[in-house]
Design a binder for this molecule. Structure first.
Ligand code: ZN
Length: 303
């Protein structure tokens, strides 16, 4: 489309990544802004898009949980996040109003999964799960090119792993479940029991094996339940040196040779590195339709 310019937002708990480009594989400008309160953060993002010239479609890949049901009045909102001020924030509605363009909306992990799936097409991959290990733990699933959703988006961070023998005393920090995967293995969970991030702890600290074990259990579940071809491990904690390799090795132990071709090489770091989320947001923008839930456009009383 001549003159088409896609805009993308990867909305994270600590920063927003913004980008524009004519296609998902071509970012012509990008920036990052810190995540403050919604009014300040969304206004700063809108100003940046205005300064970069008009975008014709916008894709938003947001931290969750979100309402991404097109039939719901709450579509486009962040829902019950523990992040102060962001509960019920109508992030998609804000940008539909401010920019007046079609907006596509999904979770940051679903967008990252889509982008990693696209990047794996040269290798014939048809099914992929993406796990992000950071402030929270989330997962996205793509089968035959389509993100998979049920009544909401997947919540892979909230499964209950078997407790590691060296980690029985910690109650976990998930406000909903205590010792679920996110409650045990997210960045804040690591800090809560060892007082430092995983990358700050010595390579021989038991935390590395404990966290790798919990994430490996999630990988094993994904292989066993869904038979995905690969699990991509992204997010801030996953940048810890050696962690993805530890997870892959532990997953292979848990699998015990059951999976055809083995499990070890099926667990990997993102092909797109830190760009998976923003690339996925551009893919969402490219697919944004004017008839998407923008029927809500112009309704009053949006929060
Ligand atoms: Zn939980």
């Amino acid at each position: 489309m001549a003159g088409a310019m896609l805009g993308a937002i990867e909305a994270g708990g600590t920063k927003f990544v913004l980008a524009v480009g004519p296609s998902p594989d071509r970012i012509t400008a990008r920036t990052e802004i810190p995540t403050r309160d919604p009014a300040t953060t969304l206004a700063a993002a809108a100003r940046w898009f205005a300064a970069k010239g008009p975008v014709t479609r916008l894709g938003i890949a947001s931290f969750g949980p979100v309402d991404r049901d097109p039939a719901s009045f709450g579509w486009g909102r962040i829902t019950k996040t523990p992040k102060p001020g962001w509960v019920d924030c109508d992030i998609a509605g804000y940008f539909m109003d401010r920019l007046g363009v079609p907006v596509a909306f999904d979770t940051d992990v679903n967008a990252a999964a889509l982008a990693e799936y696209a990047a794996a097409q040269g290798e014939g991959c048809r099914s992929l799960a993406y796990l992000t290990i950071g402030t929270g733990i989330g997962g996205g699933l793509v089968l035959d090119g389509r993100p998979v959703h049920g009544i909401a988006h997947p919540e892979m961070g909230h499964i209950y792993p078997r407790r590691h023998p060296l980690d029985h005393d910690f109650a976990g920090i998930c406000p909903h479940h205590g010792a679920c995967l996110e409650g045990l293995a997210s960045g804040p969970a690591v800090k809560a029991r060892w007082g430092a991030s995983l990358s700050e702890l010595a390579a021989d600290h038991p935390a590395h094996a404990i966290i790798a074990d919990y994430i490996a259990q999630a990988c094993h579940i994904l292989f066993a339940v869904l038979s995905v071809e690969r699990v991509v491990i992204g997010g801030g904690v996953a940048k810890t040196s050696g962690l993805v390799e530890r997870i892959a090795a532990r997953t292979a132990q848990l699998d015990a040779g059951y999976l055809p071709g083995g499990a070890r090489h099926r667990v990997m770091a993102p092909r797109l590195g830190g760009d998976a989320g923003i690339t996925g947001a551009l893919m969402l923008a490219a697919a944004a339709k004017p008839s998407s839930p923008s029927a809500r456009q112009g309704t009053s009383g949006r929060g």
